[in-house]
Design a protein around this ligand. Structure first.
Ligand code: A2H
Length: 253
């Protein structure tokens, strides 16, 4: 981790009812997968959420009626950042693993896809952010490669109990135009770098740098309230709005 604190936006991805049997203790509460992102302006293009199958998650009470699913570490950090009603020790209502989360239907802020699903990503780090990542395959190389892999490999889907309808209908949603890279920036860069698998770690690091730099400095929003604005201008506006409406909260580490 760097010396500078990383300021994330936690996107509240609402778990839709009916809850699975394991979630019975959460009945009557609003439950969210809490996804940490650095790019809130890309939320229009969400196609799914990512969780680590063997990762340990908990359902933490953050106030009277709301519950966040995330790592214990993130719950503790959040508690110190004054979002929890019990500052010292976040209350865990239910212990979960990523396996329990795969297939949950979600409604996520700004997303053009009204219902998206939680899916597995093996490269999730449980000691970064919340352990939940929202997937935007138009602009994030990791998201693009992982969704592509899931679509390509039926045996992999089957092994993890993933239904086709959680994966196959979801296409890349163009949201940002980047000069020279088009409006599916992640796909363009992954092709350019000849990346064939989500496990091409080194190439993906370079692809991410390239996409992030170009997208942020030269990109223009082509959808949403700020269509036509540069990403740099739109980002803080979209972030403020998400915070104002209570669809997101600030999180730093
Ligand atoms: B970003 P940094 Cl469109 N494990 O959000 C792995 N990756 C994680 C994570 C974890 N525990 N927590 C967050 N992330 C991802 C959007 C996005 C992101 C776009 C483009 C680039 C991008 C949609 N996914 O990140 O190491 C999240 O994905 C490129 C770096 O703290 C988060 O932002 O810089 C980003 O990595 C935070 O990574």
């Amino acid at each position: 981790e760097g010396v500078q604190p990383q300021e994330y936006t936690i996107i509240k991805m609402e778990v839709l009812k009916p809850f699975p049997p394991k979630f019975e203790v959460l009945e009557g509460k609003k439950v969210f997968l809490a996804a940490a992102t650095l790019r809130p302006e890309t939320m229009y293009g969400q196609t799914n959420a990512w969780v680590l199958p063997d990762g340990k998650y908990g359902a933490y009470e953050v106030n009277e009626s709301e519950v966040f699913v995330m790592s214990y570490r993130a719950a503790l950090n959040l508690a110190y950042q004054n979002h929890s009603k019990v500052p010292e020790k976040p209350t865990c209502l239910l212990e979960l693993t990523g396996h329990d989360l795969i297939g949950l239907p979600l409604k996520s802020p700004l997303s053009f896809n009204e219902v998206i699903y939680a899916l597995p990503m093996m490269s999730i780090l449980m000691d970064k952010g919340t352990g939940v990542v929202t997937s935007v395959p138009s602009d994030a190389p990791d998201d693009y490669m992982n969704l592509k892999e899931l679509k390509k490999k039926a045996p992999y889907r089957e092994k993890l109990g993933i239904k086709d309808e959680w994966v196959m209908p979801f296409e890349i949603v163009p949201i940002i135009e980047v000069p020279g890279f088009g409006n599916k920036c992640a796909e363009y860069v992954c092709d350019e770098f000849n990346i064939n698998s989500p496990n091409d770690k080194e190439k993906l690091v370079d692809a991410k740098k390239q996409t992030y730099l170009k997208g942020f400095t030269e990109g223009t929003m082509i959808v949403g309230e700020y269509a036509g604005k540069k990403v740099q201008e739109a980002k803080p506006l979209i972030r403020s709005k998400l915070l104002q409406t209570g669809e997101a909260i600030v999180y730093s580490e």
